[in-house]
Design a protein around this ligand. Structure first.
Ligand SMILES: C[S@@+](CC[C@H](N)C(=O)[O-])C[C@H]1O[C@@H](n2cnc3c(N)ncnc32)[C@H](O)[C@@H]1O
Length: 272
């Protein structure tokens, strides 16, 4: 990895370390949004539209973070897991998990999607989270303990080099993280590697319309704010095909900034 990329990775790690520390200190999600800079990923600031998903604070509850989950889903989760939710979608809705399945969440943050997955797959299933930020891992592990979740494990690592063996999981999920990667082809090939044949992905991410150049995307928001690093729809589809996936689709769900959308990404690993 080149030095400029190292600096970008450090910036991402620092941004999410700060968010995790604030949650552990007892701040509500609203306080985090107000306290951090305008472009905290997928957590819009109170007064600007230049944030990750570019929406004013009035819409925060419905469009970002914990507001994307139903009351049924969140009822039994620790408050800190909800407060730390920084996603731009609800990958659980996309992945349609079944009892007994093994799930991996890439960039698991405070653990909300891992804990919800663990409930869906039940005691015969298992949910892993991978994150590179120690402070987020500490928060996720504390949330798992509070939720008394036994079928979960949070692993330190990067989504470009997932610390799991080949063909370990039935489903890979991720929520507003792949846009932050400095090596997206590697992330897509890692997803393919850790899935069993016939396995699937259910991803939420920010995706650009095809006509936007990389500099157009950067004009619409920062890298750590989940905008500048977003793939276009065609780049996503071509990347998934190059990694070996079949039946790939990218469906825009809501506009985050002009020409930039929160999106659902689905694909399957063909049976061997
Ligand atoms: C926008 S937050 C999303 C967290 C979580 N998915 C959610 O929905 O709340 C991004 C998370 O991904 C992690 N992350 C970003 N880039 C990563 C990478 N290359 N490898 C591992 N973790 C990464 C950050 O530490 C942070 O916890």
């Amino acid at each position: 990895m080149s030095a400029p990329n190292d600096a970008l990775v450090d910036e991402v790690r620092q941004r999410y370390a700060e968010a995790a520390v604030k949650v552990r200190a007892g701040a509500s999600n609203t306080l985090i949004l107000e306290a951090t800079e305008a472009d905290s990923c997928c957590s819009p600031a109170a007064t600007t539209t230049d944030s990750c998903c570019g929406t004013p604070a009035a819409e925060v509850d419905n469009a970002f973070g914990a507001g994307l989950y139903s009351a049924d889903e969140t009822a039994e989760l620790p408050a800190e897991a909800l407060a730390a939710s920084l996603g731009c979608g609800n990958p659980l809705m996309v992945a349609a998990l079944h009892p007994g399945e093994k799930v991996l969440d890439l960039g698991s943050g405070g653990g909300i999607d891992v804990l919800l997955s663990a409930r869906r797959v039940g005691p015969s299933g298992y949910a892993y989270g991978v994150d590179m930020t120690d402070e987020m891992l500490d928060l996720a592990r504390a949330n798992a303990a509070k939720a008394q979740a036994e079928n979960v494990e949070f692993l330190k690592g990067t989504i470009e080099d997932v610390p799991l063996p080949d063909a370990t999981v039935d489903v890979v999920i991720s929520n507003c993280v792949i846009n932050l990667s400095v090596d997206k082809p590697k992330v897509l090939s890692e997803m393919f590697r850790v899935l069993v044949p016939g396995g699937r992905i259910g991803i939420s991410d920010v995706v650009a319309e095809d006509h936007l150049t990389p500099s157009d995307r950067a004009e619409r928001g920062s890298y750590v704010g989940c905008i500048a690093g977003a793939l276009s729809r065609t780049e996503y589809l071509e990347g998934l095909a190059a990694a070996g996936f079949a039946d790939a689709e990218v469906e825009f769900t809501h506009e985050a900034a002009p020409g930039m959308h929160s999106a659902i990404i689905r694909a399957t690993k063909p049976d061997a």
